[in-house]
Design a protein around this ligand. Structure first.
Ligand SMILES: Cc1cc2nc3c(=O)[nH]c(=O)nc-3n(C[C@H](O)[C@H](O)[C@H](O)COP(=O)(O)OP(=O)(O)OC[C@H]3O[C@@H](n4cnc5c(N)ncnc54)[C@H](O)[C@@H]3O)c2cc1C
Length: 391
């Protein structure tokens, strides 16, 4: 659609900084940039009405990972990179609290539980996890307590991971691990608080606007963003489209991965809290209205096409498997009231990628399954790097 006079001269006039992607990372990057440059014209462009990635569709775990996942990452990445990842999650959550506030997030430090499957002591992974608890604690505890101690009620010497035999008994699990630093937030409230902050900061949000391509301007005056609404010009651009980033920057090592979620009403409610199963590939949590959000299932290996395409058969198969897993852990289910798919951005490991590919062209993507924890910190780190280098 050609751009009109009022649009090109005022409404869609060139911006100083444009963020593509209105998820946690993009909203955080826009807010942190604007806070440092209050006079800058900052624009956020999002292709969906609300967002179609993970930010409005996640489970709301304020989490750092469970013991099984930590052990896998420690073995794959080595202690230094693994601890850096834990630190990123803790600092990201802290940045989120500092930006929006605990009560605006509906954040409760309720603790989490990892349920280790009742497959018997011969399950080697379960035994390895149990054996590794002291070492995982020794390494992760100082990081979590030093970053979170003044925003979290736990005392600095409370172990990050401790055995919870009573919880294991309640779920018929082989073992359960209490994750003392974990919490739960209200995803809807978090996104509302972001929107309120964007409005208060006078950041222009263009929703329902897809960026199809980017081209460097010949006069080195920034970038042109091709959209169905016409070209948008910006001096600096940040790509925060997570799993979808390769559509604009094909060289990035990130891909979209679906995650399914059900909201179920079990016959008997479990104790309140956030639960991880199968190294975090399955998870469930209690909801304020007295139901359970049960999700995950990437390990099923089912391919779902991207929104807005649908594959009803694959989706039904996924839901069937998820329902069976929900019944295994929660007992009989009376009703399933909500079902949805959200998209993660994943790569060969759980580390996010942040950087620049050309002057004025920046990215922060690949938040994996813990972008609620790391996302705000990644947006802040991206804005800080752009500001520091005036890049
Ligand atoms: C089902 C599910 C449950 C989860 N649960 C948790 C949890 O409990 N705790 C946790 O820490 N993390 C969780 N996550 C992960 C977390 O939600 C994500 O890592 C995080 O939201 C990623 O934020 P983001 O800003 O990087 O990306 P996204 O939220 O994916 O945002 C990217 C945005 O870019 C937009 N976009 C894409 N392409 C374009 C384009 N070309 N032009 C304009 N806009 C575009 C998309 O519409 C999207 O809104 C979950 C994710 C899912 C899917």
């Amino acid at each position: 659609m050609p751009i009109g006079y009022w649009e090109s001269e005022h409404l869609l006039a060139p911006a100083d900084f444009t963020v593509i992607g209105g998820g946690i990372v993009g909203m955080s990057a826009a807010l942190h940039f604007k806070a440092a440059h209050p006079k800058a014209r900052v624009r956020l462009v999002e292709r969906d009405v609300l967002g179609e990635g993970g930010t409005t569709r996640n489970a709301g775990f304020a989490c750092f990972g469970g013991a099984g996942e930590w052990l896998d990452d420690l073995e794959a990445l080595g202690a230094e990179r693994w601890l850096a990842l834990i630190q990123m999650r803790a600092e990201g959550l802290r940045a989120l609290i500092e930006l929006l506030g605990t009560s605006a997030l509906g954040l409760e430090w309720c603790g989490g539980w990892e349920l280790l499957a009742a497959r018997g002591a011969e399950d080697q992974k379960v035994q390895r996890v149990l054996d590794a608890l002291p070492e995982l604690n020794r390494l992760a505890q100082p990081v979590l307590s030093s970053v979170l101690r003044d925003v979290h009620p736990a005392s600095a010497d409370t172990p990050a991971l401790s055995l919870a035999p009573q919880r294991a008994h309640e779920f018929g699990a082989h073992a359960a691990v209490h994750l003392c630093w974990e919490g739960m937030l209200h995803t809807g409230k978090m996104v509302s608080a972001f929107h309120k902050a964007l409005g208060a900061a006078n950041i222009q949000c263009l929703n329902g606007c897809t960026v199809d391509a980017l081209t460097a301007r010949e006069d080195h005056a920034g970038w042109t963003l091709d959209t169905q609404r016409g070209p948008l010009i910006s001096q600096k651009v940040a790509i925060c489209t997570n799993g979808f980033a390769r559509a604009i920057l094909p060289g990035l090592e990130v891909k979209p991965a679906p995650n399914r979620v059900l909201v179920v009403t079990p016959k008997t409610m479990p104790p309140a809290g956030a639960y991880h199963i199968e190294d975090g590939y399955l998870y469930f949590r209690t909801l304020p209205g007295g139901q359970i959000l049960f999700g995950g299932g990437r390990q099923y290996g089912i391919d779902l096409p991207h929104y807005p395409a649908l594959d009803a058969e694959a989706t039904a198969l996924w839901d069937q498997k998820l329902t069976a897993d929900a019944e295994q852990w929660l007992g009989p289910i009376d009703a399933i009231t909500h079902r949805w798919t959200g998209w993660l951005g994943v790569g060969p490991d759980r580390e996010p990628i942040i950087g620049s590919t050309a002057p004025g062209l920046h990215h922060a993507v690949r938040m994996g399954g813990m972008g609620v924890a790391i996302g705000c910190g990644m947006g802040k780190a991206l804005a800080d790097a752009i500001i520091a280098h005036n890049a």
